[in-house]
Design a protein. Sequence first.
Length: 472
Amino acid sequence: MRKATLTATVACVVASLLFFLAPVFRQAFQVSLAQWHDVLHVNQPPWSGQAPVSELEALAQKAEQNHDAEALAFVASRTDQSESVRLADEAVHLDPNLTWLYGVAGTAYLSPSEIDRRISLLEQWDPQNALPHLLAAQRIGVTVRPSKGFPLGEVEENQAWEKEMGAAFQSPKLDGYRNRLKQLDQRVLALYHLDDPFLAGSDENWYGFPSYGIWNCSLYAESLLKSGQSLESQGDRKAAFEKYWAVARFGHMMSADGEFSFFRRKDMDEAYARLGALSQLEGNKPEAAFYASLADQFDKGADKERTLLRNRVQGSDVSHWNAFLVRLSGLLMLSCASLLLLCTFGVVVRSRSVRLGSLQPSRVTLALGFSAAVGWLVSSTVLFASYRPYSELLQRFLTKGDDAQLSELSAFLRDTQLPFGSQFNLGPDSWYVGSSNAVFHFWLTITVVCAFALLLAVLRHFLHRRPAAASV
C-alpha cells in the first residue's frame, strides 16, 4: 500500500511538471502570479501595472540599436517616466508620421515650453483634429467657481482658454489615436515576438477619449448652453442657434467611430430641445422633427456605448470566473508544491539519509504528500483549461491583428491582478477591497502567524528544558 501511494505521488508530480513543457501553461502560470505583484512590490504605487520593466528596457535598447521608431513609440507609450519623453522625441525624429504619439504620451515631466512645442507640432501634423486644442486648453487651465446656475461650476473669463476650446468645438474631427496605437502595438509585439499578455491588453483600459479633455469639454458645453439661452432671451436667435448647434455637433463627434461620449446627456438633450424649439419658432417643423430624431438617435447610441464600455471595463461573467480560477489554481499550486517539499524535507531529516531505500515516511506524511501531489495536478489542469481561451485571443491579435475580443482579454487580465480574496460577488456587480488594504492585511496575517510560531517555539523550548533541569 505504501509503495503504491509513493508511486502515485511521484506520477502526479511528474505529470504536473510536464505541464510546464507547454508554452501556454508557462504563460498561464506567469499570469497566475500577477496577483502577488502588489503584495511583493509594496514600494510601488498600487495598481502600477504588470508590464515587466526589464522587458521594456531591453526592447528600448534593441529599438535604439535598430533605429526602430515604432518600437521606441511602443515603449514610450507604456512608461510614465522622464525616459518616455526622450523615447517619444527620438521616435518622432526617426519617423515624423509618429507625431501623433505626442497626443498619447504623458506630459507630466515636460516643461510648459516643451508642452507648447509638442502641441504646435501635433497641430501642424493633424490640423483638423480637435485634440491639439484640447491639449492647449489643458495647458492653459481654467478657474471654476461654485454657482447655482452652473452645476459644474461657472467658468471665470479666460480668453486664451475659451479660444482653444472654441477651436476644438469647431474642428472637423476628434481623434484620440487609439486605433493607431493599437495597430502599432500589434506590429511591435509580433515583430519582437513579445507574447506577454499584459503588454497586449494594457491599452484596452483606455477609453479612447483623452482624459484631459473631459472636464474642459463639459465646462465649455455648459457655458455655451448658458450663453445661447442669454442670446435667445435677447432675441438673437441666429447666434443662439450657433451655440446650441456647436454643443450638439461636438457631442456627436465625440461619440463617432465608437468613441464614448463623456458629455452629460442633460446637456445634449437641452441642446437638441433648444434647436427644435427655435426651428418651431421659425415655422420649420421638418427641421424640428429632424433635431428630435437626432436627439433620440444620440440617446440610443449613448445607451449602447455605455453598455459596451461597461462590458469592456467589467468584462463578462465568464472572464470573472476564469480569472478567479486562474488565481485560485496558482495559489493552490504554490501551496501544494510547498507542502510536498516540506514533507520530503521532513522525511529526509528524520531518516538522516537521502537514499531512497532508507526513506521511511510515516502514514501522516505519506497522506499529506499524496494529497499535495494530487492537488498540484488538479490545480495545474484547471489553470491550463481556464487560461487557454485567452491565450488563443492573444495569438489571434498578435498574428492576425484581430482585436474583436481584446477587451475581454483585458478584463480577464485586470481581474488576475487582484490579490486573492480582494474580489467578492463574482460578476458585473463585483466589489473590491482596495489593493493597499489587501496588501496590508496579507502582511499583517504573515506577521501574526510568524509571531505565533515564534511564541510556540519559545514555549516548547522552556517546556522541554524544565524536565532536564529537574533531573539534574
